[in-house]
Design a protein around this ligand. Structure first.
Ligand code: SAM
Length: 257
């Protein structure tokens, strides 16, 4: 049961493992981090493409087995630790990859994407529905906070789907691989306080069916919202650039009043 709780579904199809590794590292990379290596299925494919690989696995038994299997391989460092409690800034990784434990996909994205350079890309296997939310465009059914958050830090792409039969044991859901090419948008959009902007974004999507006026009036007040042409729209209709624009007007209104 512990395995299920930790999202332990191990990939068993070599061709899929190779596709994930080549999407993560189309060329040799100096330092790669793997999240949740498990029994090391993806690890061996990544090791062929990384000069050094740091694999972070919460399950102490799996981590110990992996470290033992690669005892003669100085290019692999196995760390038995919770990824969410790990300071990823201590390593200048250029790529982060993994077949993620699905129960913590969003917290992992929130930890990884703001790292910025030298990180150049993240390639993750996630639940298909989450991959659709990550890559959704404005106006689509799946577009939400996760889509805009991801776009604020990266250029997301859906690469390919992975059926339950590619895993042992098979999960109950379909999966998909996403590539997130790191492209921090804060500077381009003139946003200096990312955490404040994300608080605004969360508020915009707090109740998806409601208008921005409804969702934002607690933060900025009715008067500020009355002055905005977007107030009657729903958050799902706005692009990242439009959110940034609205945010800056509302912040300016607050500063003036
Ligand atoms: N990469 C392997 C594969 O493809 O066969 C295993 C993938 S499995 C979906 C997810 C892995 O993440 C498991 O080995 C699980 O123990 C590990 N894991 C779960 N929660 C974790 C956490 N908080 N930090 C690090 N690893 C975690």
């Amino acid at each position: 049961m512990a395995g299920r709780r930790l999202g332990q579904h191990f990939l068993i199809r070599p061709c899929i493992l190779e596709r994930i590794a080549s999407a993560a590292c189309p060329e040799a990379e100096p330092l790669v981090i793997e999240i949740g290596p498990g029994k090391g299925a993806l690890t061996s494919h990544l090791l062929r493409r990384a000069e050094h690989l740091i694999a972070i696995e919460i399950d102490k038994d799996l981590a110990a087995h992996l470290a033992e299997a690669y005892a003669e391989e100085p290019r692999l460092t196995v760390i038995a630790q919770d990824i969410l409690a790990t300071d990823l800034r201590q390593w200048p990784a250029t790529v982060i990859a993994g077949n993620l434990p699905y129960y913590i996909t969003s917290p992992i994205l929130e930890k990884v994407l703001p790292l910025g350079p030298p990180l150049r890309r993240a390639v993750f296997l996630v639940q298909k529905e989450v991959a659709e939310r990550i890559t959704a465009r404005p106006g689509s059914r799946d577009y939400g906070y996760l889509s805009v958050f991801t776009r604020f830090y990266s250029r997301p792409e859906m690469l390919f789907k992975v059926p339950p039969g590619a895993f042992s044991p098979p999960p109950k859901v379909d999966s998909a691989v996403v590539r997130l090419t790191i492209e921090p948008a804060g500077e381009r959009l003139g946003i200096t306080d990312a955490s404040r902007f994300l608080t605004f974004l969360r508020a915009c999507f707090a109740q998806k069916r409601k208008t921005l006026r409804n969702n934002l009036s607690r933060l900025y007040g009715q008067q500020a919202l009355d002055a905005q042409s977007e107030a009657g729209l729903r958050a799902e209709q706005l692009s990242l650039e439009q959110f940034a624009d609205l945010y800056q007007r509302l912040e300016a209104f607050r500063a003036d009043s």
